[in-house]
Design a binder for this molecule. Structure first.
Ligand SMILES: *Cc1c(COP(=O)(O)O)cnc(C)c1O
Length: 382
């Protein structure tokens, strides 16, 4: 079945008790045991599993083409579930261009558990090969990464990892299964912040790990979910499942709007550079064409006139909202270099140019978005 059909039907059943078409929310923390003292067939206690979480995991699993899925209360908890599954003294290879929170986990928290990390340019597969060590256990991939929108070759990196008996995990938060399916390119695990495009409405924090049963890290990832307690509430799972139903359609519009804006801004007199995987001028455009079905809803621009003009642009937009995060219905604009998370220091050594603005392109009409960014750029450089 096609993705649109799976998105509507995966994990869906008409409720047997009432005939309800939309799934009920099950807030219950516990499930009745049999009179003979036996455990219930399916559910026992909500932190171990519950109907809403189960439905969400089932649906995500079908969209991603995975065999197992584990929902978490945030993308950060999902990433931590993967990292903690590594044995002490493991070495991780991660991109320099890495989500700041993941970089901080590796730099500040995993080191306490005896796990070390090397940060490399993942747009360059040979650089990753050179960073492999006998104790390397995981290659962490994020593509496209933000805010510089670099692209890594998932297939080449996974082949390299497989030949060295190393696991691969791909953070797919910025693409979703509608834009890119890393398991088809050989990845062992896919990790999400479902806070972003999966939620799609900027109103849920969540995470997910999906993958193949053969990945040796699974038992520990599942145990981490069930024992550590970083699990989403039934209501958050219900909201995320509701969001999944429209995911392919939302992603198509996010990405079409972003592609149109990328073209438009490439020719704009106030913009020195547009960073977007869909542009032929992108460093790894050939890889992007091979592995991505859509080129994403994020793009970054570098503004002529430097930092002051970039910040003035964010002050002058009327539709684009000055805010962090991405993937919601409304378009966002952010001056990353001055964001609070950036001033905390990048754990991976990534540096963000101070004339750079990241755009999360929403679901508005693209003509209105182009008009808004155009008037803001003109006012900023006036
Ligand atoms: C937001 C984000 C995360 C962290 O997710 P939270 O849900 O905020 O904990 C991880 N990776 C990427 C690419 C993200 O954008």
């Amino acid at each position: 079945m096609e993705l649109e059909t799976l998105a509507v039907h995966a994990g869906h059943q008409v409720d047997a008790a009432t005939g309800a078409v939309a799934p009920p929310i099950y807030p219950s923390t516990n499930y009745e045991r049999s009179a003979g003292g036996g455990s219930p067939d399916r559910f026992y206690y909500a932190i171990f599993d519950n109907p809403n979480r189960h439905m969400l995991e089932e649906a995500m699993l079908h969209l991603e083409g995975a065999e197992l899925a584990c929902a978490f209360s945030s993308g950060s908890a999902a990433a931590m579930a993967v990292f903690q599954a590594l044995a002490p003294r493991s070495h991780v290879i991660a991109p320099i261009e890495l989500f700041h929170g993941t970089a901080r986990l590796l730099r500040d928290h995993l080191t306490n558990m005896g796990i070390s990390a090397s940060f490399v340019d993942m747009g360059d597969t040979a650089a990753v090969a050179a960073a492999l060590r006998p104790d390397t256990r995981l290659i962490w991939i994020e593509t496209p990464a933000n805010p510089l929108l670099g692209v890594a070759d998932i297939r080449a990196l996974c082949a390299l990892a497989a030949s060295a008996h190393v696991c691969t995990a791909v953070d797919n938060s910025s693409m979703t299964a509608a834009g890119q399916r890393p398991l088809e390119h050989g990845a062992d695990l896919v990790v999400y912040s479902t806070t972003k495009f999966i939620s799609g409405h900027g109103d849920v924090v969540g995470g997910m790990v999906l993958g193949k049963r053969s990945c040796g890290l699974w038992p520990s990832i599942r145990a981490f979910q069930q024992h550590i307690g970083a699990v989403p509430s039934p209501f958050d799972c219900w909201l995320l499942l509701r969001s999944l139903r429209t995911l392919p359609h939302r992603m198509r519009i996010h990405c079409a709007n972003a592609a149109r804006l990328a073209d438009y801004l490439s020719a704009h007199p106030a913009v020195s550079r547009v960073l977007y995987p869909g542009l032929p001028a992108h460093r790894n455009h050939d890889v992007a064409v091979r592995q991505m079905r859509l080129f994403g809803g994020l793009l970054s621009i570098r503004v002529k006139g430097g930092k002051a003009a970039a910040i003035a642009t964010t002050a002058a937009t009327r539709l684009f909202i000055r805010a962090s995060s991405f993937g919601g219905t409304e378009s966002l604009i952010e001056h990353r270099a001055s964001s609070p998370i950036q001033t905390m220091g990048s754990g991976s050594g990534q540096s963000i140019p101070d004339d750079l603005l990241r755009l999360s392109v929403g679901l508005e009409h693209v003509d209105d978005l182009m008009a808004d960014i155009d008037q803001a750029l003109h006012r900023a450089i006036a």
